[in-house]
Design a protein around this ligand. Structure first.
Ligand SMILES: Cc1cc2nc3c(=O)[nH]c(=O)nc-3n(C[C@H](O)[C@H](O)[C@H](O)COP(=O)(O)OP(=O)(O)OC[C@H]3O[C@@H](n4cnc5c(N)ncnc54)[C@H](O)[C@@H]3O)c2cc1C
Length: 80
């Protein structure tokens, strides 16, 4: 489950509050830590594009992890 908007003027959603994938992806804790780091960096240095840059970065990461999960489940399905 992903939020449609993960950041906007004055706010960022971090970790699981931005989106949750199957825990078997095993990136939930890393995403919680890295999203906080990225949000802080964007808040300090991102200027007017901070929210968009953060949102796009999170969406790219989720898209990558979803593709990996789909491939893993497809592969696992071949053995069931
Ligand atoms: C079964 C299972 C296995 C998992 N295995 C892995 C794994 O192997 N590797 C991995 O990386 N990730 C794993 N995850 C995912 C990982 O646990 C989460 O992605 C990660 O904990 C998200 O961190 P977070 O800080 O965003 O949220 P959380 O860890 O959920 O922290 C949010 C905190 O906010 C508190 N809170 C909520 N509402 C309020 C409120 N109104 N006021 C005050 N406090 C509030 C909650 O009590 C909680 O302590 C697993 C998840 C599950 C369910």
């Amino acid at each position: 489950m992903l939020l449609k908007r993960m950041a906007d003027d004055g706010w960022f959603l971090l970790g699981d509050s931005a989106g949750v994938l199957d825990p078997s992806g095993s990136h939930g804790v890393l995403r919680a830590v890295m999203s906080a780091r990225m949000a802080a960096q964007q808040a300090l240095h991102g200027g007017s594009r901070a929210a968009t840059a953060y949102h796009d970065w999170m969406c790219d990461w989720f898209a990558h992890d979803m593709a990996e999960l789909r491939a893993a489940y497809r592969e696992a399905g071949d053995f069931i």
